[in-house]
Ligand binder design. Sequence first.
Ligand code: ADP
Ligand code: MG
Ligand code: MG
Ligand code: MG
Ligand code: MG
Ligand code: MG
Length: 603
Amino acid sequence: MGLLSEGHPLAWNEIKAALEQLRTYGVDQLLRVYSKCKDRQRDSFTWGDELEYTLVKFDHENKKVQLLLKAHKLLPILHELNKKIDDGECCIAWHPEACDFVVEGVPFQPYGFLPSHLNTVEANMRLRREQVQKFLSEQSDNEFILNIAAFPRYGQGEYTFPPVECSPAHSTEKSLCFPDSLISPIHPRTKSLSENTNERRGAKASINVPIYKDTCTPIPFRDELFKDDPNIIDDHIHLDSTTAGWGCCCLQVTFQAESCEESLELYDQLLPLCPILLCLSAACPIWRGYLSDIDCRWNIISEAADDRTAEERKQKNLFSRYCSTPCYLTDKNKHLNDIKIPVCETVVTKLIEEGMPETLANHFGHIFIRDPLVIMDRFLHPTDETNSYHFENLNSLVWNTLRLKPPPLDDDKMGWRVEFRPMDIQMTDFGNAALTVFLALMTRVIITYGLNLTIPISQVNENMNRAHHRDSARQEKFYFQSTTGVTEMCMNEIINGTNDFRGLVPLVRQYISEREDIDADTRYTIEQYLLLVSKRAAGTLLTNASWIRQFVLSHPSYKQDSIVSEEIQYDLLKKIEQISNGREDCPQIKHPKMETHTELHAH
Ligand code: ADP
Ligand code: MG
Ligand code: MG
Ligand code: MG
Ligand code: MG
Ligand code: MG
């Protein structure tokens, strides 16, 4: 959960005055971590997912649904509950998130290499929702926990319960529609992050999302609420707050490697998969009550979290600190880092002097060009050499599609980990489990078969842009490595294979067929997940985003004007609630009758 640390956050002025000192602390700690842990070997393959859940309240009489600001009340209850459950049964850990309508749930213990663990992922995800739903239902019939990547009318009208006032006077950032009261009061970190992002940037966030131009959408489309704002662009939906980004919900998966070397290799191979999985997971086509022309959240948080000054934004290749992974980590892939990113030269020199390979040193040298946007006062000056607060704090304040997590100095059990971060959360537990298990198995395929998926960073960046496009899973081509070199392939070819590339799902199936320790039940579960990935790539099943878009476009009260009304949102979220709780089938996103075990064997 990043760092849940006690104490008070420093003001931006105080951090600014200490920046040089903070960088020295951070680099020293990184060097201590590296010299202590660079030769760690034989850590086990452990892994776990993180899901961010949204709390909502339905008003059936008025056909409305609102974000429920209740995480601060729920989290202490959930914490107590999971403390009481016997150790053996304790299977969920809850974390606060940036916004008070979101809670983050992770498995209490990371999963292991045992194939049977793959069979518990979905059940654990379901149990998390059940645990929360039980408390919500005790208090009201209308409160629900949902998996939604972005609340459709977030920032539009009266969108919270209890209602909060929306005006610049209620927002430290001076946002017109995202007041401070959305921010989780549990930990002062988030408020400090948004304040300091704005102060460092010297202006409030400015996010422009292309509008979906339907037959009755006014052209040019101008966002009424922001008509006097110089930051708006014609034909774009506007969002004016960091909180607009931090309210989005994702699915992340972290994998522990057996050594530093293996973690770097895994990182490099997962890098080109980030846009591919972003595309397949796309789940948010609606922003502030308007249908947009994009399908996923990544670029929106990228703009929301952007702390660059106006000057810095003019600098070549100095991207937002929330961006696609900017470089490979191993020396052998150095030539693929074809976009030269700015680094802190003194840091790079020092790391290389201490024995770190050049390409890895450059990665950290790039992280150290960023300022630590949040510092808790009691950690300002390290009192001993057994913690790595300043390094980990900075590392967790740079948000790329991948994060290399070196072992912390104060926990000998934790090894080198790679976190996979691009995916939108899926509406159903099945969908989240499918992507999670597919990815976990992909890491085994990568390590076992020594797969090489790497392509130049510039092409990965281009793939990230394409992944955002409307219905990209069916409409776009992506740069991908094949036996004939890098070519442009559609999602079906990447996932299901062509003459020149085996296909990711067939590779996973091969891996599964070669492992003799997997029981029939687990094989069946895995195959259902692979079918989802395979059919979504083939276009026979829809991404969540495409399904949501179709739901809006075919809603009887939709007026072809890109507006997602209270009523449409109400019907949409009611439908999602019913589908995710198994009360309704949705054959466009999941085949109602999955193939049986014997049918599968006949394939
Ligand atoms: P953050 O928010 O910084 O990513 P969290 O604590 O919220 O950190 O999530 C950590 C993720 O890493 C969880 O999915 C958890 O299951 C997983 N995890 C924890 N310990 C290990 C480990 N030793 N190896 C692999 N994964 C781990
Ligand atoms: Mg977390
Ligand atoms: Mg986090
Ligand atoms: Mg989170
Ligand atoms: Mg989040
Ligand atoms: Mg995480």
